[in-house]
Design a protein around this ligand. Sequence first.
Ligand code: FAD
Length: 287
Amino acid sequence: MSDIVIVIFGSPDSRSAQGLAGAAAPLGGASRTVVVEGEYQPEPVLDALVDACRGASVVLLANDTYSQEVAPRLAHRLGGACVGDGVDVRMVDGRLRVTRQVYGGKANAVIELRRSPAVVWLRARSFAVAPITGSFAVSAAQDDRANTRIVERKVAAENDAKLEDAQVIVSGGRGIGGPEGFRDELEPLAKLLGAQMAASRAACDAGWVPPTWQVGQTGKKVAPELYLAVAITGASQHMAGISEAKNIVAINIDPDAPIFKHCRFGIVEDYRKVVPLLRRKLEELRT
Ligand code: FAD
């Protein structure tokens, strides 16, 4: 019987946390759920997790930035193995096999972890939800001797809630043309839809929107019910971040844009014409 531990940064009620419980269910279910509380500082958190995960055969984490930072270090400290970005996990002959997407989502690699514990961070929203049971909290005290220290605290903007947990995402690309397009066209649309905002790397690199909005191979991996891709080409590196989206709707002026090969609905038109129409329709439906 495997001793499976779930590690959660944030609320155990989140979709990600329940996705981890769902991933653990076919493996026999989690025996422990560790909820990390307090302010994140890598070294003290790592020390607390090493204690909390000792003896585990599998440790499952989500695809948030803290989990991604901690997972390989935790595996090293516990003498185990680590794989990230899993979309499926199964036990074969007592060893964990993790499926992850490669080549920008065009193929899958199945990786067997041959050391224990198998420490894996997963695209948690790719898994069906299951209830969290038997959770306990660890909180790591800030440590002045740690290699890093917090020098500034900023209150997160409204949109900085977890993109990974968003049900609806409005995402803009370079074709938006500048920050005002995001601010004046896409943000009001996102408000009406109750959506989170996101962007392609090109839009983030241009400095139009914060880098935390980036979706893709080197950005966030998201799995919303609806992903509205506005003026985004659909490069393979972008698609790698949205392969788990249930419905992709694209607006692009170029009928040959690759995004149209991946979307459920596509609108070939200038977004500056389409987005105001969508907003008007949504406002009408509201009233
Ligand atoms: P563009 O390719 O410039 O496309 C703009 C689109 O807007 C075009 O399709 C155009 O037809 C359309 N358009 C223009 N004007 C309008 C208008 N008025 N109305 C409607 N449509 C319009 N990219 C990511 O997004 N995420 C990643 O994580 C990522 N990681 C990468 C990692 C590596 C190693 C590399 C090499 C690249 C990575 N990229 C990533 C970059 C990726 O290859 C693309 O360059 C990028 O996704 C392009 O962004 P874009 O579609 O917004 O811009």
